[in-house]
Design a protein around this ligand. Sequence first.
Ligand code: IPE
Ligand code: IPE
Ligand code: MG
Length: 249
Amino acid sequence: MSKGTSNIKKLINPEKIPRHIAIIMDGNGRWAKKKFMPRTMGHRAGMTSLKKVVMAASELKIPILTVFAFSTENWKRPEEEVSYLMNLLVEYLNKELEELHQNNIKIQMLGNNQNLPNNCSLEIDKAIAKTANNKGMVFNIALNYGARDEILSAVKTLYGKIQTKEIMLEDINEKLFSSYLSTSGMVDPDLLIRTAGEKRISNFLLWQIAYSELWFTKVLWPDFTEGDLWKAIYDYQQRDRRFGGLSLK
Ligand code: IPE
Ligand code: IPE
Ligand code: MG
């Protein structure tokens, strides 16, 4: 780590730590291509970045970290790549579960757990159950997640409840609607990070990021380090968040 990045860590204001950080981990394929390697090797290198970033976020006492691991649109990729990604997640959970648990991290999944390979669902259930009572950082893994899919599921569930008169139409407000999303009960992301230079959201947390601060970097996910996370947090702390009101500065 360069001297520059460790200095940034010292500049982070512990009083203004983002309550929820969301990350679109992008650029694994491009990283591999640059090195004349198969895309799968990029995903493997991306797993190493994930390990480091999760630990760095937990060390900084970030209350919630949400990472985008696989989107509802990523099924369009070749079957071989999809199954490699699923198996990689199983491997990650298998290898890291003990350390995550020791660090009091609570693992949760966002996304549709139907259609996932059996070994993947089993590993996820095991990780969620083992860490369920942990009180440290909540670590959400968005897998087979799509924000539109999530919003539509909420609408369908609410419609059912209106029909059975469990809920009245007049009761529906932003708070109630949020509670039907997979992030129910969680504060919205304060900071959304996307790596690899793309400036788009790709169907991630559309409802929840209404007022998130966006931070983009050209760094490819396998090259992303703790130092980049600190830089993102430091930059976030310099922003003037107005939420439609007037500046307090
Ligand atoms: C991110 O890297 C991982 C997933 C989307 C699962 P990509 O695989 O999208 O890498 P690029 O965008 O092709 O470089
Ligand atoms: C977003 O990345 C999904 C994940 C990081 C899991 P993509 O690589 O799938 O997004 P697009 O296709 O460039 O928008
Ligand atoms: Mg990509």
